[in-house]
Each structure stands twice: as C-alpha cells, then as structure tokens.
Design a protein around this ligand. Structure first.
Ligand SMILES: *Cc1c(COP(=O)(O)O)cnc(C)c1O
Length: 345
C-alpha cells in the first residue's frame, strides 16, 4: 500500500454531536460544508441524521445538491451562500433552503420560487455575509409573510470567550430578531460553549463534531497513518531532503513515508511536526516534499510499517500549531489520495 490511510471514527463523531446537543436545550443541527470538513459527507451526514440531526448546513447550492442525494427526502438542507443567480434549479430540484443574505437575494428567490422555503442570514458585526439592519428592516415584513424557516447570524470571535465583540454581536442579534416567531440560530461550536444566552433555538456546530477546538472535550475523530516506504542509515554530517534541511549530528536512521504537501501536510510543518509509532514519538527530519516525508526513527526499537501523523496523541489542533495554522485548515486540506476508512456505521 503506497498511500496513507485516513481512519474516520463515526462513533466518535456521533458522541461529539450528542455531547454538543446536551449543552443546549434547543435543537442541534450539523454543519457539513467542504465535504464534511474533509471527512466525507456521504458517510458523515447519514450517521448524524441517524443520531437525530434534522437540519444540515452547507456553503453552496452545489454542496446542497450532493447532500440531498446522500440523505434523500426529509432533512432540511440550508445553504449559507443563499440564492445566487444560477442556483434556482438546484434549489428547486433538491429542495434546498437558501439563507438569504441581501434584499437582492430575497427578491430573486421570491420571484423565481414563490412557494419555496428560505431562511435569512443577518449581519451582526462580522461583515462577511448577511443582511445589515436597514436591509432587514426594509424586507422583514414581506419575508415574514412567506415560508420563512430560520433567522440566523454568525459570531466572529466565539473561540475567544473574553472578546467584547461576542456580547456586542449578541445584543445586535437580539435587537434585530425581536418579535421574530420562527426559530433563531446564532451559534456554531464556539458560541454553544459561551452559554445559554448564545444558543437560541437551533445551534450549528461544525468543527466540534470532527474533534476540533474550541470543543476541548471532543473525542478525536480522525487518525492518519502513513506507510513507511524505505529506511536508511545516515552518517554524521550527511543531509536529508530538499535544501539539506536536516543534517545528522549522530548516526541517524531515516524512514521515508508516503504523504506530503500535496496531501495537505503543508510545508510549514517542516522540521517541527511529530509522528507516532503507537505512543513513541519521532520527529520530521527536514522539509516536507510533495509526496514524501522523512522521519528520524533512530530512537525506535524497530521501524514500524506505518507512522501516525494524526491521532489521539497529535490531534488536528496540535498538528495545526506545528504548522502555524488552525485545525479547520488541517482537516479540510486532507488530501484525496488517502484511503478513507470508517469505524462504526
Ligand atoms: C462554518 C460555519 C459554521 C460552523 O462553525 P464551526 O466553528 O465549525 O462550528 C456555522 N455557521 C456558519 C455561518 C459557518 O460558516
């Protein structure tokens, strides 16, 4: 086997969904954009539906169409990017619910598909997506007479509980949705953890389901095992890899494993990331190549057939730290060359 094996634990995913669900009294949805954060929407979404998730969120109508084919009729599929000019057929044919972001999107949706349900996304300070207060004031009355299913907004700083922006956005959302009778949704993973005031009727966790921060209690969902292709002895003073990024200062055993930056193991983790043989740790030696990593395995009693770069001892967040990024980016960059295997059904 020449490619890495990405093992995704569906039971851990389900446990994370249930744990997040227990933290709020209302309904808990699930965010499965970007192919369920790289974990595979065709296996992730059905398992979450079986746990009880009834409202799913994706970024685009194309993702929504894929998800509808996976889930079949029933669950609500909400599209964050709303109703773009070319989305009408996808929204109609796959029964998607766009989160309308502007008066233009609202007019487009109501004209093209007058009976089709929709939600509204409000901007409460992030300035990324959603209607600002005057837009909402101008369209609210008309939108509330149609099949409006949800009013939502998104927090910019929820992973940092002490930031004053959180309370400011909460105040803005509360004011903008005063008197709204349909369900309100404000919080993703970070917001759920900010407490009851932030949770409203429906939460929208993403990263926490997949084992990432800020949900520190999450069970790890992914393990990434990379096969050792070749092992060699390197003498003192010899170098390893592009640019001679590693120089042996002791007789060193180097294992070359199959995965590189083309598989989402970004070059910035060169020399820093660790790999594991069960609980024994070894270090990346030199630079990450496109398809290969070189590992200093001198201290291992025997060289194993594979080394883990993600697992319980190095989570997506620890690896992200070594790479100068966030767990979200590590997860969603995991490459297509890996064989994906699933634990649980
Ligand atoms: C991605 C996203 C989420 C999920 O956020 P997590 O931090 O992954 O839980 C929720 N709502 C919106 C609008 C998003 O873009």
């Amino acid at each position: 086997m020449g490619t890495g094996i990405l093992t995704i634990d569906l039971d851990a995913l389900a446990a994370n969904w249930r744990a997040l669900d227990r933290l709020s009294p209302g309904e808990t949805g699930a965010v499965v954009k970007a192919n369920a954060y790289g974990c595979g929407i065709d296996r992730i979404a059905p398992r979450l539906a079986r746990e009880g998730a009834r409202r799913f969120f994706v970024a685009t109508a194309e993702e929504g169409a894929t998800l509808r084919n996976v889930l079949g009729k029933g669950p609500e599929i909400n599209v964050f990017s709303g109703h773009m000019a070319s989305d009408t057929a996808l929204i109609r044919d796959h029964a998607l619910t766009p989160m309308l972001n502007s008066p233009e999107q609202a007019a487009r949706h109501r004209a093209a598909l007058p009976d089709a349900p929709y939600g509204v996304q409000l901007d409460t300070g992030m300035n990324r997506l959603g209607m600002e207060a005057p837009d909402w004031a101008a369209t609210r009355a008309e939108l509330e007479t149609g099949p409006l299913t949800l009013v939502m907004s998104h927090l910019a700083c929820a992973d940092e509980p002490d930031r004053p922006e959180n309370a400011r956005q909460l105040k803005q959302f509360t004011e903008m949705t005063l008197g709204v009778t349909v369900p309100r949704s404000f919080s993703a993973t970070g917001g759920i953890l900010l407490g009851r005031d932030y949770q409203f009727d429906l939460t929208r966790p993403g990263i926490g389901l997949y084992g990432g921060l800020p949900f520190a209690e999450a069970q790890p969902v992914v393990r990434l095992s990379l096969p050792v292709i070749q092992t060699r002895e390197v003498a003192v003073g010899e170098f390893v890899g592009y640019g001679g990024g590693f120089i042996a200062n002791r007789p060193t055993r180097i294992a070359t494993v199959s995965a590189g930056y083309a598989d989402g193991l970004i070059r910035h983790m060169s020399g820093v990331a660790q790999l594991f043989d069960e609980d024994r740790v070894c270090r990346l030696a030199g630079r990450v190549s496109m398809d290969l990593l070189t590992i200093d395995v001198t201290d291992l009693p025997v060289v194993p057939d594979q080394l883990d770069i993600l697992g319980p001892l190095q989570t997506v967040d620890t690896l992200a730290e070594a790479a100068g990024t966030i767990g979200y980016e590590i997860l969603t960059s995991l490459g297509n060359r890996y064989q994906r295997r699933y634990i649980g059904a």
